[in-house]
Write a protein that binds this ligand. Structure first.
Ligand SMILES: Nc1ncnc2c1ncn2[C@@H]1O[C@H](COP(=O)(O)OP(=O)(O)OP(=O)(O)O)[C@@H](O)[C@H]1O
Ligand SMILES: [Mg+2]
Length: 236
C-alpha cells in the first residue's frame, strides 16, 4: 500500500535520513522503533509532505506521491497525527473533531461525530469542553480521534505515548489495533518497545537515519538488532 524507497531527508546541510526503504501493506500494523533523534519523525514528516524529500520515491496505492503536497497526501488517504498531542486548545472537543473532517468536506461533516463518539466515549463526555481543559492523555486521544474522523486509509501515529501514563498508552494502542482489525492500515512510530511490538504485525528498526533491521513484531523482542538499535552497535 505504502512503498518507501531510498528516502533521503535533511535539514540545512545535514542529511538526517540516509536512504530509508520500507513498506506498509493494506490492513497491516507497522511500527518504526528507534531511540531519540534516530530520525523517525523526520521520515514521517517527509512522507506526509510536511518537509521536502531530497531523494527516493514514495508510492501509495500505486500512485507516486513523492512530490505531493501535504494536502494531496491527506487527500490520497494518508493522515498523520503529529507528535505531542497537538490540538486546538481554544476550540471545544467537538470543534476539534469537526476540524478533522475538513479534509473530506470543507464545511465540516457532523454526520461523522456519532461513530467517533462511540469509539471514543471519553470524548463524548467532554464534547463541549475546551480542549485546553483536557488532561494530556485526553488531548492525545482527541488528537488521534481528529485523525481518525478524516477516515484515512493509512493512519500515521508519531509517538502517541509521549509523556503519558501507561493506561493512556494502552488505550491508544488498543484503539489503533481495533482500527487495524476494521481494515485501516497503521504506521506507528514509538520509543516504547514492548507495548508497540505487542500490537504491531511488522517492525522496522531505525537508527541514525537508517533502517537497521526488520521482522515480524513478535520475533523482534529480545533480538540483537533491537538491542543494538537502542543501546548502540556492539562489535559489529
Ligand atoms: N527542524 C529541524 N532542524 C534541524 N535538525 C532537526 C530538525 N528536526 C530534527 N532535527 C534533527 O534530526 C535528527 C532526527 O530527528 P527526529 O525528530 O526525526 O528524531 P526522532 O527519531 O523522531 O526522535 P524522537 O524519538 O526524540 O522524537 C535529530 O538529530 C534532530 O536533532
Ligand atoms: Mg520524533
Amino acid at each position: 500500500m505504502l512503498e518507501v524507497r531510498d528516502l533521503v531527508v535533511g535539514y540545512g546541510k545535514a542529511a538526517v535520513v540516509h536512504g530509508v526503504s520500507f513498506d506498509v501493506r493494506a490492513g497491516e500494523f507497522v511500527v518504526l522503533l528507534g531511540r531519540n533523534g534516530a530520525g523517525k519523525s523526520t521520515i514521517l514528516h517527509a512522507l506526509s509532505g510536511l518537509i521536502p524529500k531530497r531523494g527516493g520515491r514514495v508510492t501509495f496505492e500505486g500512485a507516486d506521491i513523492t512530490a505531493a503536497t501535504a494536502r494531496k497526501v491527506v487527500q490520497a488517504g494518508v493522515i498523520q497525527v503529529l507528535e505531542g498531542h497537538r490540538v486546538f486548545h481554544s476550540l471545544s472537543v467537538e470543534d476539534n473533531l469537526l476540524v478533522g473532517t475538513y479534509v473530506r468536506s470543507p464545511r465540516g461533516d457532523r454526520s461523522k461525530l456519532d461513530r467517533i463518539y462511540a469509539m471514543f466515549p471519553e470524548m463524548a463526555e467532554k464534547r463541549h469542553d475546551a480542549a485546553s481543559r483536557l488532561s494530556g492523555g485526553q488531548q492525545q486521544i482527541l488528537a488521534v480521534a481528529q485523525g481518525v474522523i478524516g477516515e484515512p486509509k493509512l493512519l500515521i501515529l508519531d509517538e502517541p505515548s509521549g509523556g503519558l501514563a501507561p493506561i493512556v498508552i494502552d488505550r491508544i494502542l488498543d484503539v489503533a489495533a481495533q482500527l487495524c482489525r476494521e481494515g485501516m492500515s497503521i504506521l506507528l512510530v514509538e520509543q516504547i518497545v514492548e507495548k508497540a511490538l505487542r500490537h504491531a504485525d511488522h517492525c522496522y528498526l531505525v537508527d541514525t537515519g537508517r533502517i537497521v533491521g526488520d521482522g515480524p513484531a513478535d520475533t523482534m523482542l529480545g533480538s540483537a538488532a533491537l538491542h543494538d538499535a537502542y543501546l548502540g552497535r556492539s562489535s559489529g
